[in-house]
Design a protein around this ligand. Structure first.
Ligand SMILES: OC[C@H]1O[C@@H](O[C@H]2[C@H](O)[C@@H](O)[C@H](O[C@H]3[C@H](O)[C@@H](O)[C@H](O)O[C@@H]3CO)O[C@@H]2CO)[C@H](O)[C@@H](O)[C@@H]1O
Length: 725
């Protein structure tokens, strides 16, 4: 992709509003090298070892080194804002940002998160997330990241990191790697083949490194039999050599098992560094002993300290950085980004008889426990570890406390009062009494949910991963009861990921299904914006919604995971196995229509291996544009709207077996009724390459690439080819 507009924005936002500049790695590393030369061995040990859980103001803390002005480093969750903050913005989860397919909103979200973290004195904010990627729809932490397509996740990682770091805060790409489920996450091994590793799971981390991410967090699981945080192949080989990552690798919290195994195999910082969860301290004094006994070399210790300091210099934290104050009010106007993402990520799945947008109804009814705020308090469940009231995010360490919460009913009530609409509410999931609430209403809006999170909390029997893909709280029966009494039923789904909708879709009277995802604190406002047509819905699914769970072909496993599905997850699997999805990857309706025309291709793509020098992100030529595809998008309907044309490629026959199509470009175009605009997709060398396991390189295969541009992965409107000789 790399749309021109995004390039301009990227250049502009490398310097944030407060003037913090992201340095070149070369400058940051040379400053770090000079600083390391002044340090004692104990200083270096202090820089790379956590002081312990709850032994400082943040979830991760190291000791200061005053001789070089190095502070007590504050490392804090997480991927949607400042965990444990008192007055911070609870940004939308990653999966909602992905559903917007809007790189400007993604970048702004990152920039605002970074600004809040910096204002709190946080040096390193633990996000964004590309692991889990989301190979299993039930994976508990999928919602923290950007969905199972590596290209979409890669773009989202890049935009988020550049946004965050432009605000002067170190980002941390996590969890590296193959941490695809919560079940037994800290005992299991993810056993994956080399090509799948490169083309799916490593792909978005390459984007992160290319975007100059300061740090990477290694994960709890094993990879091909060796603990991720002690795995030389993935940390030293893939990350530091192949991707030329200059920053530091920190452990997930107590993810290491031995001192020398982690120190000698690529990990650079141990977190949190105490007897957290009953573990023994493995770095700090133990690392010092290991260096003194030559089990870990002095050069390796120097390298660790240099990498940590280089990340600090990279984002200019050595001067003027605020003191730690996680209790500060740092929200500014950032709720505007939350509302925009929550609104523009809403995916309209079904809209019969133009029931939407609502047109000043005389009477509406609202149903469901999820239509109102959690009656026990919006932050009453630690780390959002319950599903009571409206759902705005999943649960676990990747959460933040809400500063306020506008539930669906709150915003609908405000709108109804303004319109003089009568509104009634049934705020339970009980089917018994709903007919009285909804009968006679012009529209009945029923809100249902599905939740998941991190495995240290179990909610309603779900130990992180979801046990199934059904709506919670008898959502199917609730919809049936509502639609049985009102033939103008609108179903709003708040969910961490795909839900099987077959029962709901086959219920007479269900006129519309609005996929409202995970909207965080601006839930109701965003929903009203779409339901009442203040904007046309413009979100597109960042994953496939199947007809039945077995159609995905993947699910969390009890023992080691052999990743036998290889490259074929989500739509890649549905396409290969010729399975009809209920709603395909990339799908989303609008209140207007778009036509596609006039596809043009220019290309200088050459078949063969990547040959460029290795730089952060991999061989430099992988990132060069080798083909450009354009087409004209026209809003042929009656109202303004935004469309997301998507570009998919099919590799030529000379390539080894590959997914039938793969996303390799998208752009979001806002158009007034009747207006047209050119969509431009710049394809980089990597976008046309496969990973050759024998040559250990990316190869552009020779022959004819099929190029399809369309409104979803199954609604392809324009076709062309790119020739590579
Ligand atoms: O927060 C830093 C990284 O931590 C990992 O998750 C940990 C989480 O932050 C922590 O709150 C949780 O603690 C619980 C503990 O595991 C459990 O035994 C105890 O009963 O309750 C504690 C909570 O009160 O542990 C999590 C690890 O197990 C994340 O994986 C990582 O993404 C975070 O950045």
């Amino acid at each position: 992709m790399l749309i021109q507009k995004s390039l301009l924005l990227a250049a502009a936002s490398l310097v944030a509003a407060d003037g913090a500049a992201v340095r070149d790695w070369s400058e940051a590393v040379s400053k770090a090298t000079a600083a390391v030369a002044k340090l004692s061995q104990q200083d270096k040990i202090n820089i790379v070892s956590g002081v312990g859980w709850n032994k400082g103001p943040c979830v991760g803390n190291t000791a200061p080194v005053s001789s070089i002005g190095y502070p007590q480093l504050c490392i804090q969750d997480g991927p949607l804002g400042v965990r444990y903050g008192s007055s911070v913005t609870a940004f939308t989860p990653g999966i909602m940002a992905a559903a917007t397919w809007d790189i400007d909103l993604m970048r702004q979200r990152g920039q605002y998160m970074g600004a809040e973290a910096k204002a709190c004195g946080i040096h390193n904010l633990l996000g964004p997330v590309a692991g889990p990627l989301g190979k299993s729809a039930q994976g508990g932490r999928n919602w923290e990241g950007f969905g199972p397509d590596p290209y979409l996740t890669g773009i989202a990682m890049s935009e988020t990191i550049e946004g965050m770091q432009s605000s002067g805060v170190q980002a941390c790409a996590k969890h590296f790697i193959m941490n695809e489920q919560e079940l037994n996450r800290d005992t299991m091994s993810s056993n994956v083949d080399d090509r799948t590793m490169h083309e799916l799971y490593l792909w978005p981390f390459a984007d992160a490194v290319k975007a100059k991410v300061a740090s990477v967090m290694c994960s709890y699981n094993k990879v091909n039999g060796s603990w991720a945080c002690e795995n030389s192949h993935i940390q030293q080989g893939l990350l530091k050599e192949e991707l030329a990552f200059p920053g530091f690798v920190m452990s997930d919290w107590n993810a290491i098992h031995t001192t020398t195994g982690s120190a000698n195999n690529g990990m650079d910082m141990d977190m949190p560094g105490s007897d957290y969860n009953g573990r023994v301290v493995l770095w700090g004094p133990q690392l010092n002993n290991a260096v003194n006994s030559n089990q870990v070399s002095k050069a390796r210790l120097d390298e660790m300290a240099r990498r940590v300091l280089a990340a600090w210099y990279l984002v200019g934290q050595e001067s003027g950085f605020p003191n730690i104050n996680i209790k500060a009010n740092v929200q500014g106007n950032h709720k505007e980004n939350v509302r925009a993402v929550a609104r523009d990520g809403i995916v309209l799945l079904k809209n019969e008889n133009n029931i939407l947008p609502l047109k000043k109804p005389k009477k509406i009814a609202v149903v469901g426990s999820a239509a109102v705020k959690n009656p026990k308090g919006i932050n009453s469940c630690t780390d959002r570890g319950c599903n009571e009231g409206a759902l705005g995010m999943g649960w676990g360490s990747g959460t933040a406390d809400y500063p306020y919460f506008i539930a669906p009913y709150d915003a609908l009530q405000t709108r109804a009062q303004a319109d003089g609409t009568q509104i009634s509410l049934s705020n339970t999931d009980s089917t018994g009494s709903v007919s009285g609430t909804v009968s006679g209403a012009d529209a009945a809006i029923v809100v249902i949910t599905s939740d998941s999170g991190e495995g240290y909390i179990t909610v309603e029997g779900h130990a992180g991963d979801r046990n199934n893909l059904d709506p919670w709280h008898n959502g199917n029966q609730l919809v049936q009861a509502v639609a049985g009494a009102n033939k103008n039923t609108i179903v709003v789904v708040h969910s961490v990921g795909p839900v099987i909708l077959e029962t709901i879709l086959s219920t007479p009277g269900v006129q519309a299904v609005v996929w409202a995802g995970l909207p965080s604190q601006e839930s109701g406002n965003a929903l009203v914006d779409v339901l009442y047509g203040l904007v046309s819905p413009s979100g597109k699914l960042p994953y496939t919604i199947a007809e039945k769970p077995a159609d995905y072909g993947t699910a969390p496993v009890r023992g080691n995971d052999m990743f036998t599905e290889g490259l074929y997850i989500d739509y890649r699997h549905f396409d290969k196995a010729n399975i009809k999805p209920r709603y395909e990857f990339g799908f989303g309706l609008s209140y207007t229509n778009f036509t596609y025309a006039d596809i043009k291709v220019t290309s200088n793509a050459k078949a063969g291996p990547a040959t460029g020098d290795v730089a952060p992100g991999g061989r430099a030529d992988l990132w060069e544009t080798v083909a450009t595809v354009t087409c004209t998008i026209t809003n042929s309907g009656a109202v303004e709207g935004a469309e997301v044309p998507q570009l998919y490629i099919t590799l030529p026959a000379s390539a080894p077996a590959a997914p039938p199509k793969q996303l390799r470009g998208f752009t979001k175009i806002k158009l007034a009724a009747g207006a047209s605009e050119t969509a431009t997709f710049n394809l980089r060398r990597r976008d046309l390459s496969y990973w050759d396991t024998a040559k250990q390189n990316w190869i552009v295969p020779s022959g004819s690439f099929e190029v399809n541009v369309g409104a979803s992965s199954r609604d392809l409107r324009l076709k062309s080819t790119i020739e590579a000789a």
